[in-house]
Design a protein around this ligand. Sequence first.
Ligand SMILES: Cc1ncc(COP(=O)(O)O)c(C=O)c1O
Length: 360
Amino acid sequence: MRAHNFGAGPCTLPLEVLEEAKEEFLDFAGTGMSVIEMSHRSPEYEAVHNEALQLARQVAEAPDDFEVVFVQGGATLQFAMVAMNLLRSGEKGAYVVSGSWGKRALEDAKPHGEVYAAWDGEQAGYTTMPESTPEITPGTRYLHVTSNETIGGIRMVDFPRAEVPLVADMSSDYLSRPIEWDLFDLVYGGVQKNLAPAGMAVVYIRQRALENARRDLGSYLRYDWHAESKSLGNTPAMFPIYLMGKVLRRFVAAGGIRALEKQAAEKAGLIYQTIDRSEGFYRNPVGEKYRSHMNVVFRLPEPSLEALFLKEAESRRMIGLKGHRSVGGCRASLYAALPMDSVEVLSEFMEEFARSHRAL
Ligand SMILES: Cc1ncc(COP(=O)(O)O)c(C=O)c1O
């Protein structure tokens, strides 16, 4: 029996994709080799690679003036690469610090250019997002935002209409809602939540930004190098790319990004409803408008009850519900491949647990 996997990433992948990969694992496309054994210059792999690039563009509905690149090193490398590539001498990077990841993005950019927090939600315990466009100082090149804070369970709903282009870390709600491309010069995210096994980031970068990007960097650190080589400048993360292609194909078949958005809202809606109907047994600290559709965080009345909740959940094969170690509590991550069935099982368990422990 498959676990109900509420992990924050890596996390569950579609069963059909895993089965397909298992089926092809020893002999891919009649080559007598596994896809992880073949040359990345082989025609069989190139077909996989090019299809994944094309699907990443198609599902995101990225306009023609954006390049799509696959870069190893996860979203964390992007924190540095964004500043390295986009900040020229005298230019500054502005950051919305909406949670732990926004803060990391700012910290990691510091060695590579002048960066500052244009908005900081720490005082409010990272439970809200900017209500208006943050103030930008002259010489700012971009405003960096985090579309979904995985640890705080908070999402950006209205992206700022800033005087400068936005750069977004969309790791934890990647391709779960349409992207307003006009606002962005660059969008990136690690793939290990909605899209694929861990091992790389997908980056969308506007051609104009690419033309102006710095080139005095080691080749792997340059976006233009990845774009010009179609992400085949060196050996790419072949297995994640191969599996991501299969996941993206399913996204297309399921109706594309709007269908994914609807599914995400329904899954999250059920757990928030369970929280709101629990008469305070479960508490979610996030302002209602900003509640994440991917990571639902909640507390129980006592830490001891939280421990019991997690233990009982695990005994029913619901795993990954422990909140991030920095904040504690519980967190249900409801990424794209998590079936509605699992969400219903969790909701029923939460109701039952609240009934039996409310009076204690
Ligand atoms: C929003 C966000 N940004 C960045 C990261 C870091 O990603 P990676 O582990 O791919 O470097 C994570 C990881 O969970 C995340 O949730």
